[in-house]
Design a protein around this ligand. Structure first.
Ligand code: NAP
Ligand code: F7E
Length: 336
């Protein structure tokens, strides 16, 4: 009989790629989705799997509905990917962020503990928990120092996952994933914003892109590679926590430069700080300008993963270079 997996946040970037990956492995895939006017499941449609997954319209905060679902379906795997995942919004929506990202997790863990205690659980933890980094690169032993309501809410759920594992002997694992991107990335995140903004500039030379902190450095990988690590964690006999990343970092400015080169746009960076601009060397038109409105109240300046534990114990490594990832994102954007 096929194994059964529940994915919360199935309409999001990782949910869609994970659903496809598990279907290809022969799982029966169920998804949790809250009803929302904006969600037309474009990612599941794009991957051509909308009709292959079974969707339950339940908000993660509806704890009684969550409990009955966990009790009735007795899933083999539960992947908790649902979250308010945009760091930039988390200061203005700190309460909602905390409810979904922290209390939502306890709703699932507690239902599993009481009603389905052989279910294996995956928690979507994040490199944002390292925030103001205490060591570089960051591994499973690096102390946490979150810098946003998002990071704090995820640290709570990370520790609850560890706590339920240690207190009740549940198979709960936490993946501390560094930034991962794809053509299906949400439009607010910087990589998608850069690629779609530069493609718009290419189509209409009067359009330009506004960005915040160009000096921020991230370890960017491909979401399609990272969902495999989620499965490998639950496929193991022993639950544990793993850092997942590429082991390479680049600044936002470097990401822009690679994308500009791939698009064959000739440019130069001029000015400093808030006055920095990227200008076309062909006709002097503005391509990118810095805008204060995209700066955050507290920034995470750099993140760099040390994924050696995952390499060794899960046999996982990032397979897609940043260059190939950017090419994939550009191809998708230009085909629209
Ligand atoms: P995403 O595209 O923003 O997807 C998150 C999903 O959660 C959305 O489909 C959203 O649905 C759903 N959701 C939000 N609140 C919900 C609620 N109350 N009940 C049910 N569903 C709800 O995020 P992602 O990039 O796929 O990331 C997946 C998970 O990994 C998130 O937990 C994120 O915090 C974490 N993470 C991501 C990264 C990364 O770089 N991508 C790195 C580390 C950790 P709506 O359409 O209704 O909003
Ligand atoms: O920002 C800087 C910004 O919003 C990356 C989420 O998936 O990964 C993601 O969080 C960096 C930051 O991702 C703009 O200040 C500059 O330093 O793409 P982002 P994030 O905040 O790193 C982690 C691991 C998660 O867990 C989260 O769920 O880019 N930046 N200018 C900008 N960022 C945005 N969004 N927009 C700008 O205009």
């Amino acid at each position: 009989m096929s194994k059964k997996a529940l994915i919360t946040g199935i309409s999001g970037q990782d949910g869609a790629y994970l659903a496809k990956y598990l279907l290809d492995k022969g799982f029966k895939v169920y998804g949790l989705e809250r009803r929302s006017a904006s969600n037309d499941n474009f990612r599941l449609k794009y991957l051509d799997i909308l009709n292959e997954v079974n969707i339950f319209n339940i908000d993660l905060l509806e704890h009684t509905s969550i409990a009955s679902l966990i009790a009735s379906e007795q899933f083999d795997h539960v992947y908790n990917l649902a979250a308010q995942s945009f760091v930039g919004d988390s200061w203005n929506n700190a309460i909602t962020t905390s409810q979904i990202n922290s209390i939502g997790v306890v709703n699932l863990l507690d239902a599993i503990k009481q009603l389905s205690n052989t279910t294996k659980y995956y928690q979507a933890s994040t490199s944002e928990m390292f925030g103001l980094v205490q060591n570089t690169p960051q591994n499973e032993k690096t102390p946490f120092y979150p810098r946003s309501p998002y990071g704090v809410s995820k640290l709570y759920s990370h520790w609850m996952t560890v706590n339920y594992r240690e207190s009740f002997n549940l198979h709960c694992s936490s993946g501390i994933l560094f930034n991962h991107e794809s053509p299906l990335r949400g439009s607010q995140f910087v990589t998608k914003k850069i690629v779609s903004g530069l493609c718009d500039y290419l189509k209409d030379g009067n359009k330009y892109l506004e960005l915040g902190n160009l000096d921020a450095e991230r370890d960017w990988g491909y979401a399609g590679d990272y969902v495999k690590a989620m499965f490998l964690m639950l496929d193991k006999d022993d639950p544990d926590d793993y850092v997942i990343g590429t082991g390479k970092k680049h600044s936002v400015r470097e990401f822009c430069s690679i994308a500009l080169d791939k698009l064959n746009i000739k440019y130069s960076w001029e000015g400093q700080g808030i006055n920095e601009k990227c200008i076309s060397t062909k006709d002097n038109k503005l391509i990118i300008q810095v805008s204060e409105k995209f700066f955050r109240p507290a920034e995470v300046n750099e993140l760099l993963a040390d994924p050696s534990k995952a390499n060794k114990k899960l046999g996982w490594k990032s397979e897609t270079s940043l260059e190939s990832l950017i090419e994939m994102m550009i191809e998708f954007e230009l085909s629209k």
